[in-house]
Design a protein around this ligand. Structure first.
Ligand SMILES: Nc1ncnc2c1ncn2[C@@H]1O[C@H](COP(=O)(O)OP(=O)(O)O)[C@@H](O)[C@H]1O
Ligand SMILES: [Mg+2]
Length: 358
């Protein structure tokens, strides 16, 4: 089988320099290309020119190259080429005019929350996962990528138009989460009717022109479904790991499976499935019942071979305040907390300007 850049990328994960720097995890690997060579294959790896605040050394780059050679006998030559981020951005724009993914804050890990259909609680899971990450102590942000069906601000009780500073947007902060959404620009409940190219521009602008507070995690609430819009938005965030949300019924699970397959076909890493509205729970007697049936998440987990990350109970009105955030005292808070720490242990890659091509 031909050697693909992503094989090399995967193999680089355990590499560390003598000083303990892990270039892949730190986001220093920009791109990897494989080309034929007289005695096998040649691999070109562009890396950031600065690692942990200092220029990369010949020794470190040589060690990285040798690490690749040892693992792939068919590789005859490895070149590890230092390059500034500005040069990398420029190179990428030339390679794919107009299609470079939006620039993300450095070092952020991105979690895309996806679902097959609307109404399963994707946005609700997004805000509560973000809140749990923030409560663990991570700088956390949410980008509402559901341009046409934005609901994050409503779920968080935010309604003011966006403020600007130095021609950048100041994201409102709720419970330690920086929030950005189309809602802040269109006001009231006006429907957004932009077509494809505008959609890309809106997401790019929100991502690039917001004064993010050095987020360590960014939760992306993606539009539901497997259609063009969801596909486009997926493409903007090549490094995000995806959390698939479903309800327990077979119908939602089938659609979730398709969304998961689509995400996988775009080389999106699937972190696992979350079942929302799994059960109702009587706080008095502890009795549980299952208004939407059972087994949806198990079915998705089996067919896509991904972990079942969490089952979230119904949080019935009166238990929650005005917002969609689960109140402190509710048992679902612990479930979200465990979801956040489990995802953190999965060691998502931090964004650097990585784009692989062969
Ligand atoms: N666990 C839950 N318990 C009770 N209501 C929920 C739960 N999750 C979501 N909801 C409600 O269901 C509706 C749809 O949720 P939402 O997060 O907007 O779904 P989506 O983003 O998938 O369209 C909202 O009214 C939300 O408040
Ligand atoms: Mg939604």
């Amino acid at each position: 089988m031909a050697l693909a850049p992503k094989d090399i990328l995967a193999a680089l994960a355990p590499f560390r320099t003598a000083a303990g720097i892990e270039p892949l995890k730190a986001g220093y690997v920009q791109d990897i290309a494989v080309e034929p060579h007289a005695n096998g294959m040649r691999v070109n790896i562009h890396v950031d020119d600065v690692w942990r605040g200092a220029a990369t050394t010949d020794d470190d780059r040589l060690a990285l190259g040798n690490f690749v050679k040892e693992r792939f006998p068919e590789v005859a030559d490895v070149r590890v080429i230092p390059r500034s981020r500005t040069q990398a951005d420029a190179a990428r724009k030339i390679a794919k005019p107009g299609q470079a993914p939006p620039r993300t804050p450095d070092g952020v890990k991105m979690i895309a929350v996806i679902s097959g259909k609307g109404g399963v609680g994707k946005s609700t899971v997004s805000i509560n996962l973000a809140q749990a990450l923030a409560s663990v102590g991570f700088h956390t942000a949410i980008l509402d990528c559901d341009i046409y069906g934005f609901s994050i601000p409503d779920l968080l009780g935010l309604s003011d138009p966006v403020k600007t500073r130095d021609r950048q947007f100041v994201p409102p902060r709720v419970q330690g989460i920086d929030v950005m959404s189309m809602k802040f620009f269109v006001g009231h409940n006006a429907p957004v009717m932009w077509r494809g190219p505008m959609l890309g521009k809106a997401i790019r602008q929100m991502m690039e022109d917001t004064l993010w507070n050095e987020p360590e995690y960014m939760v992306l609430d993606l539009p539901p479904g497997t259609g063009d819009i969801a596909m486009d938005v997926h493409e903007y965030f090549p490094k995000a790991g995806a959390v698939l949300v479903t309800t327990p019924d077979a119908n939602a699970a089938r659609v979730a499976e398709r969304a998961g397959q689509m995400a996988r076909s775009m080389e999106r890493r699937l972190l696992g499935v979350v079942e929302n509205m799994s059960y109702m729970h009587c706080p008095e007697c502890g009795y549980q019942w299952f208004p939407l049936g059972r087994g949806g998440a198990e079915a998705v987990s089996r067919s896509l071979d991904i972990p079942l990350l969490a089952k979230i109970p119904w949080v019935v009105s009166g238990e929650s305040g005005v917002s969609g955030l689960v109140p402190d005292s509710h048992p679902a808070r612990d479930i979200y907390h465990k979801l956040a720490t489990d995802i953190d242990r999965m060691e998502l890659l931090a964004t650097g300007p990585l784009a692989t091509h062969s």
